[in-house]
Design a binder for this molecule. Structure first.
Ligand SMILES: Nc1ncnc2c1ncn2[C@@H]1O[C@H](COP(=O)(O)OP(=O)(O)OP(=O)(O)O)[C@@H](O)[C@H]1O
Ligand SMILES: [Mg+2]
Length: 257
């Protein structure tokens, strides 16, 4: 089983007086769903960029199965907050792009792109240019593209931040289903405590200045949803509400007055 891990990672940006992340350790195995929450500027995106291999730690190690991460790699797919799609290409071309870069033959990548578009509920949209889609549809194209290359790890930086509440709820259920069927390890950065709680097998709270892990807790609401429980009932479960309060308190602990 593959594991992406950060071990005692400290990151100090050039010319910065203070580290943005200090002594952060976490592991993400395939089949796990880990969310990172915390105040703005606590280092969430920096942490994801380390896991993606876009930036290197100042000290400590980022590894996959013990091998150091030296840059981005095909076993890790990233979904950004702004959809980062190519507006002049069609939906299908956008989804197939990672496969094209990897040298998959055209017929096979079309087939895989169609399968992914079906999985995210966008059957029949493949030939449209991106600019014809709604925000929620674009976000689904981004997720389809990330999953098209069958990555071992799916790294997402506030992928649903721009969506309305109802679309967001639908995306939660879709994300859980895709995560489950892809067997990927998912790392999600989010501002929504409820989103983290509903989706994740574990939630990590980052405290700011310097960014460090303040709280870590395991949950099973997402697995219970996948096992057939009603999502609205799960979210009004007293255990869910109590957990939400604990996470909110952990985020706001030692907040400057
Ligand atoms: N490339 C960079 N160079 C220098 N400083 C940076 C860089 N990227 C981020 N920072 C700084 O590091 C700190 C943490 O930024 P980061 O983007 O990781 O926070 P975040 O938790 O994702 O915040 P938000 O919730 O607002 O997205 C901020 O003070 C930011 O200004
Ligand atoms: Mg961020």
């Amino acid at each position: 089983m593959s594991v992406l891990s950060l071990s005692h990672v400290t990151l100090t940006y050039e010319r910065a007086a203070m580290p943005v992340l200090e002594d952060v350790s976490l592991g993400l195995a395939r089949g796990e769903f880990v969310s990172i929450i915390g105040r703005s500027g606590s280092g969430k995106t920096s942490l994801l960029n380390l896991a993606a291999g876009f930036v290197m730690p100042t000290s400590g190690r980022v590894t996959i199965d013990g091998r150091p991460v030296k840059g981005p790699g095909p076993e890790r797919a990233v979904v950004f907050q702004d959809d980062a799609l190519y507006p002049w290409r069609t939906v299908e071309e956008n989804v197939a792009l990672p496969l094209k870069l990897r040298g998959t033959p055209p017929a096979a990548r079309r087939e895989q792109a169609r399968r992914m578009l079906h999985a995210v509920g966008l059957d029949g949209h493949g030939a449209k240019p991106i600019w014809e889609l709604s925000g929620g549809q674009r976000q689904r194209v981004g997720i389809a593209r990330a999953l098209a290359a069958e990555p071992e790890f799916l790294l997402m930086d506030e992928p649903l931040g721009a969506l309305d509440a109802m679309t967001r709820d639908q995306m939660h259920e879709l994300l859980l289903t895709l995560w489950h069927s892809s067997h990927a390890g998912a790392l999600l950065i989010t501002h929504s405590v409820e989103e983290a709680l509903f989706l994740s097998t574990s939630v990590i709270v980052l405290a700011p200045a310097p960014g460090r892990i303040a709280h870590r807790e395991h949950f099973d609401f997402g697995r219970r949803f996948l096992a057939g429980e009603d999502p609205r009932r799960l979210k009004s479960d007293p255990a869910f509400i109590a957990a939400r309060e604990r996470l909110v308190a952990a985020i706001h602990e030692r907040e400057p007055q």
